[in-house]
Design a protein around this ligand. Structure first.
Ligand code: OXD
Length: 316
């Protein structure tokens, strides 16, 4: 059985090292920071990195790298020109985010609906004042992008009694979606939603997909939630939409620039919930990510079809 030199840009617990050792006995696993990885690259066969890591210098100094696995779902920073041209395999961690991200989306919808951001501010001021409270039951959610995350959001939204609409390129039969819309029908979908949730990958096609005209198409009472990537929309247009009351509020986990600059108006807009790109995080993240990688390593060794191979042209 082949043994590999595997460089991981994250600290791994002994249980994770054991999972890799069980898949490829005798392999060497170096778990280190991006800076410490450079001297390892002439020996590395496999690199595990986060989607936000700038791995280009590592990639260029490697001589035998055959596989880069992204611990994230998003890989937009990992597909640079040399990677695109090279036949190095690129895989990602799509499929493991559904539970935490859908819980994050539900938390944001419920927080808006129950007035929790206002209650939290009032609590700081020791202020007892009733706030308007609504229900998400019977409300309409529009999910843009129906991959594994979008589907899990649809399932939970249905369990809360919501009317579930979704935008998807292919027309598939979906258990938890009441109606599917094609991308060209987006304005029609947006007009009906009380909550619009973006769960699309960032690609050339989806970059800056949502602009002022889309926010104008939404109801003034609608909430916009983005757990995908900041660049899927024109952020300045979202700020205008919030400032002009075109929509009621936004729950944002991702931004055009991260960390969100201190000067961004988003910080101070009322009815905006900001989370620092944590929607996918949970204590179980690395357990799931390393299991997926170890399963794929077994598949590589046994020459079986691998999971989650990224199409470098499509970008996901
Ligand atoms: C990811 C993310 O891409 O958490 O994995 O944003």
């Amino acid at each position: 059985m082949p043994a590999f030199h595997i460089v991981v840009l994250n600290k791994l617990a002994p249980k994770h090292l054991d999972m890799i050792e069980a898949a490829a006995p005798g392999s060497t696993v170096v778990s280190c920071s991006l800076e410490a990885a450079l001297p390892e690259m002439d020996k590395a066969d496999i690199l595990l990195a986060w989607g936000f890591n700038d791995i280009r210098p590592l990639f260029l100094s490697s001589s035998r790298l055959r596989w880069v696995h992204s611990l994230s779902a998003g890989v937009e920073k990992l597909i640079f020109a040399e990677m695109r041209r090279n036949d190095c395999l690129l895989t990602n961690s799509r499929g493991i985010h559904g539970i935490p991200v859908s819980e994050h989306v539900l938390a944001m919808m419920l927080a808006f609906s129950r007035g929790l951001p206002t209650c939290a501010k009032q609590q700081q001021a020791h202020l007892w004042r009733r706030v308007p409270s609504d229900e998400i039951h019977n409300k309409t959610i529009g999910i843009l992008g129906l991959g594994s995350i979008g589907r899990e959001i649809a399932k939970k939204a249905k369990a809360f009694g919501m009317n579930v609409l979704a935008m998807k390129r292919e027309q598939t039969s979906e258990l938890f979606v009441d109606r599917l819309y094609k991308p060209h029908e987006l304005p029609e979908l947006l007009q009906q939603c009380d909550f619009v949730v973006v769960s699309l990958p960032l690609t050339e096609e989806t970059q800056h997909l949502l602009t002022l005209e889309h926010f104008r198409a939404m109801k003034p009472s609608a909430y916009f939630i983005n757990i995908a990537r900041g660049e899927v929309l024109v952020e300045a247009d979202l700020i205008t939409a919030l400032q002009e009351g075109l929509i009621r509020g936004a729950g944002l986990d991702v931004f055009a620039e991260e960390p969100l600059p201190a000067a961004s108006p988003l910080w101070d807009l009322p009815n905006v919930i900001i989370t620092p790109h944590t929607a996918a995080l949970s204590p179980y993240y690395l357990d799931r990510a390393i299991k997926l990688f170890a399963d794929n390593l077994t598949r590589l060794i046994h020459d079986r079809e691998m999971f989650n191979i990224v199409d470098k042209t499509k970008g996901y």
